[in-house]
Design a binder for this molecule. Structure first.
Ligand code: SF4
Length: 616
């Protein structure tokens, strides 16, 4: 049935593996054999894909597969103690499967619940707001082997936690509004929309239909909300003008693989404003002439799949997707949802496209860029969830209206996912240009020493810099805003981020594959008291290599949190140095302890001289 649903299409391999695993708990050698035969793919290719994504299991895991979010904010909220409690209750070691095969408990990166953590995934369903009582309830359900479908629904309730709404979160869009305005009078088909008249009157004479929409996006100054801030109109224009061979089509992709630790604003947009996002995708399709769309949803947001499919069905029934949308001849466009499977690197647009094509999520060489050679080598627009939501509002209200919000170089508003040491964690919508201090005041903070803006690959802002502005021209952010008060150890924050990068490196290029674990080990060595000032120079060297030689942004930014925190919180590093001069990471004398025990000799002469001297 799964193969039929995906029409035996090898480009749907990731989806086929995901659905098959949901039925069988793991991807067995027999399953791989069967898929290889049915999809006419080499077995090694399927094994390679299955082995790439951390949510695919090529060895048996427990029937209940528990993954605790291991983001620094969740650690601050007590996730480590709760994981240990669950392991004790269920007689299982973290990272292993219980002997009866019932349960496995492990960690994963951030699952987008920083505002209601600690949180975990059990068989891909998110359970937020963990405390000791909730953990005990989960353990009872697991021990009782209660099917997940019969678990109390209150365990799975995920709140939006919108603390401050602006034009995006307070939008009044009715399905179809933005599309009607985009098509509007300019195309001369008689469809009237109240807002269409106003913004089209400001356009250069002769502009109509799709070209007018791109012009309006340009006037709005819309820049991609995924972090890089590329001009959306340029991207759409390039895709629209890319040559199209016979039988090929243009593609629109919504990047909902919100994997940056500390970010969860796309979760809220998709949960409560899906029409706005899907309408923005359809406006993009209208503008570039696309016939097919994908929404690539991160695997951690599996709980949103059902509601999103319902919204898609409603939009099809209303004539807002499918053939001749709004009765416009030739405007055929539909959207399908693909789920990721736990790979942060798939947030990079070319890696995401590889994943959509059923492959390992390895970033491509660029150029060529996706706008000319994207999904299956077809012209493809890839934009962030929030970018599409903005595009819908621009189509509805016009570019000048949008450009009037924010700053000259960063127009519109920005959604911030605020978590950590704040009284009111959740989603805040501010016009671009808001200062870090203003966000902190709104969220309710005291004694804040630092904010990590934009997640591990972003910027660490110290207390002296709280006047800095959230904007592309000052501190850009894809959405994460993690707050740390003065009780937090900023060294441990940076160390957590180095573990994250080492775990998420896709392994394609050597500098990152080798460099990120080396950086992690270096931080662990400092944490264990074996560091020396020499290690700071090593970090600088590592940064140079990663910056210059890595293939994609993950490698480029892997050292950022360490360098940022050394610059601002050097004492947090220095107090870990056991020696002002070089000290080897390997303690030879300690390693010889078993030999001393075996020979029964443990006098001063059986120790290396430095330790013997210390003991005297
Ligand atoms: Fe993969 Fe890292 Fe290289 Fe990017 S920099 S391609 S994540 S190994």
């Amino acid at each position: 049935t799964i193969l039929q649903r995906w029409r035996n299409d090898p480009t749907a391999l990731v989806q086929i593996l995901r659905e098959a695993q949901e039925e069988t708990d793991w991807i067995s050698p027999e399953l791989i054999d069967a898929l290889a035969a049915a999809l006419h793919l080499p077995r090694a290719k399927i094994e390679g894909v299955a082995g790439f994504y951390s949510f695919f299991y090529t060895r048996p895991r427990g029937r209940y597969r528990v993954l605790f979010a291991d983001n620094i904010v969740e650690r601050m909220q007590g996730s480590v103690a709760l994981r240990e409690r669950m392991c004790r209750n269920l007689w299982v070691e973290s990272g292993k499967v219980s002997e009866d095969g019932l349960v496995s408990v492990d960690t994963t990166s951030c699952i987008g619940m920083g505002d209601q953590g600690p949180a975990l995934l059990v068989n891909n369903r998110a359970v937020p707001n963990l405390d000791a009582a909730r953990i005990d309830r989960l353990c009872e359900l697991i021990r009782g082997e209660v099917p997940l479908a019969d678990w109390p629904t209150d365990l799975f309730v995920v709140a939006d936690n919108v603390r401050q709404a602006g034009v995006l979160l307070g939008n009044d869009l009715q399905p179809g509004d933005a599309l009607r305005a985009a098509h509007g009078r300019a195309a001369g088909d008689g469809i009237e929309a109240s807002n269409a008249r106003s913004w089209r009157e400001g356009l250069p004479a002769g502009l109509a239909g799709p070209v007018a929409v791109i012009e309006e996006i340009r006037r709005a100054g819309l820049r991609g909300r995924g972090g890089a801030g590329f001009a959306t109109a340029l991207k759409w224009d390039a895709c629209r003008n890319a040559p199209l061979a016979a039988g090929r089509q243009r593609i629109v992709v919504c990047n909902a693989d919100e994997g940056e630790p500390g970010t969860f604003k796309d979760r809220v947009l998709l949960a409560s404003h899906a029409d706005l996002v899907l309408e923005g995708m359809t406006v993009a399709a209208y503008a570039v002439g696309a016939a097919r769309g994908f929404l690539y949803l991160r695997g951690e947001y599996r709980h949103l799949l059902g509601p999103l499919l319902a919204v898609l069905a409603r939009r099809r029934a209303a004539g807002l997707l499918g053939r001749a949308i709004l009765g416009i001849a030739g405007f055929d466009f539909d959207i399908e949802i693909h789920l990721g499977a736990g790979a942060y690197v798939c947030g990079e647009e070319s890696a995401l496209i590889e994943s959509l094509e059923g492959k390992r999520g390895t970033p491509r060489n660029r150029p060529p860029f996706p706008v000319t050679h994207g999904y299956l080598e077809q012209p493809t627009v890839v934009d962030n969830v929030e970018t599409f939501a903005c595009a819908a509002l621009i189509a509805q209200h016009g570019g000048d209206w949008f450009a009037g919000i924010g700053t000259a170089k960063s127009t519109g508003t920005k959604l911030l996912s605020v978590s950590g040491d704040v009284a009111r964690p959740g989603i805040y919508e501010f016009p671009f240009g808001v200062s870090v201090g203003e966000v902190l005041a709104a969220a309710g903070t005291a004694d804040t020493q630092a904010v990590q803006v934009g997640g591990p690959s972003g910027t660490c802002v110290g207390a002296a810099e709280f006047g800095r502005r959230i904007a592309f021209e000052d501190v850009p952010s894809a959405g994460a805003f993690m707050v740390f008060d003065s009780t937090r150890d900023m060294f441990e924050v940076a160390r957590n981020f180095t573990h994250f990068f080492a775990h998420e490196s896709c392994g394609f290029c050597t500098p990152c594959r080798v460099g990120t674990p080396l950086l992690k080990n270096l931080m662990d060595k400092l944490a264990n008291g074996h560091g020396s000032p020499y290690d700071f120079a090593e970090i600088e060297k590592m940064n140079h290599i990663l910056q210059q030689m890595s293939h994609c942004g993950l490698g480029h930014s892997a050292c950022n949190p360490v360098l940022d925190t050394i610059a601002r919180f050097r004492p947090a590093y220095e107090r870990r140095l056991s020696n002002a001069s070089f000290e080897p990471a390997f303690d030879l004398d300690r390693a010889l302890a078993p030999a001393r025990q075996m020979t029964g000799r443990d006098d001063a002469g059986a120790h290396l001289s430095i330790h013997a001297e210390e003991e005297q």
